[in-house]
Design a binder for this molecule. Sequence first.
Ligand code: AMP
Length: 511
Amino acid sequence: MNLALLLARAAASFGDRPAVSEGVDVRLDYAGFARAAAGFAAGLADDYGLRPGDRVALAMSNSWEFMPCLLGCWWGGFAAVPVNAKLHPREIAWILGNAGARVCVVTPDLADGLIDLPATIATLDRVLVTETPEIAALFCHAGAAAPAAVASGDLAWLFYTSGTTGRPKGAMLSHATLLNMVMNYFGDVDAVSPGDCILHCAPMSHGSGLYGLPHVAKAANQVVPASGGFDPGEWIDLVGRWPGASCFFAPTMVNRLVAHEGIGRVRIDHVKTIVYGGGPMYVADMKAALARLGPCFAQIYGQGEAPMTITGLPKWLHVDDGRTGFDARLGSVGLARTDVEVRIVGPDDRPLPPGEAGEVAVRGPIVMSGYWRNEAATADALRGGWLHTGDVGRFDDQGYLTLLDRSKDLIISGGSNIYPREVEEVLLTHPDVAEVSVIGRPHADWGEEVVAVVVPRTGARLDPRSLDALCLERIARFKRPKDYLVVDALPKNNYGKVLKTELRRQLNGAD
Ligand code: AMP
């Protein structure tokens, strides 16, 4: 089934309901949303020659146009490639080239860095900028037809994850995968109905956009804050305007909201569900959030390779029922989702019993089909038919999964993933750097912050400002180290591999 059918049906049954809003202003009702998506699809086919299966990149900051473009891709049978708007233009260019995108839609704030890409990316014919007459014309293109016929296994969303090897990999999510994700939302998180809304405060290229889909299926309003991001004061005002509000938050966003001076003003009766995940949430922080806002929180644990999600802690398990183990439950990532198999495996891939720590492995219909044009990485990640997440965890005997570590040394800062290797590769191009290791340091607001530990070349005097300038030139700002520590040598094992665990212990006092 084509995911665009969710929209076509919502438009048929609830055409006059608000569908896409910018702040307090409704931009499209469901009939208009479907017309815009159908027009976008027809326009890309007629004007730019796109055919089913072609890739359309969406390098967009959160904006109301994102949903019509996303659904429009599927309406035409194209695959969408939503790209994190915070990436450096060079990183975005690499993704577009790897995906073989034919068209890229960008928001005006990103246009300068990307508009000339067709000159250097062979497959890319066109960069379209939102808020221009060109996009407006596409949304009302004549010749709009019914959603294209697609096979369930056809590619719907190419989800680029930060790569452990320094390059992102495209997790292939099919129409069937995302339809399962939609059903999982209804099954394990929440029911949705017209009159509800989702407030898109987190990046729509990631979890928030994915969770837009169950809300399309049930004709709920997609509200994009006018700021395009998360401003706690604005969020509180929007909740006042829109009842039945749900949203997807990174843990840092929950903490920022709870600490905000206006928290007492929140219309709690308008808050339906705050889904949080993407990084660890500490028990004390969750308790503070529950005390302020009540049991409106649901946790999810997943990754781009198995979206939204592998396990979850639903709202009713956030209620202290007096049974022992409430803190452990809040500190866990919950129970396996209804139709997902989860197990813990040892280094030999054999399953381990509850209580033992190992890698989290997953099997089920929400697992990606593989990595785009990367057979080696696919074979490794999906070996034996199970997705190997790279996360280390442990089940208790009641089925709660607790994450202990990330075996891939991933740093999560403010909900964004940073793979150290990407930053290390850049710093190693500096002529005065002999060796470098990048690690995460605990940070009260961001969860973790990036720190680079650098060994200078013999006789060289390292200036952190020049390292910072190099990062600014090459990678997204959020990946840039907040601190550069110059040392004589890095701790290493017998094979010469840097011991990050030891380094973290030295730096943080604990690991
Ligand atoms: P992404 O692919 O960007 O969604 O990042 C996925 C990674 O974020 C996972 O492999 C975990 O390491 C981490 N993660 C996701 N959800 C949670 C959670 N609820 N608690 C702790 N870590 C999480």
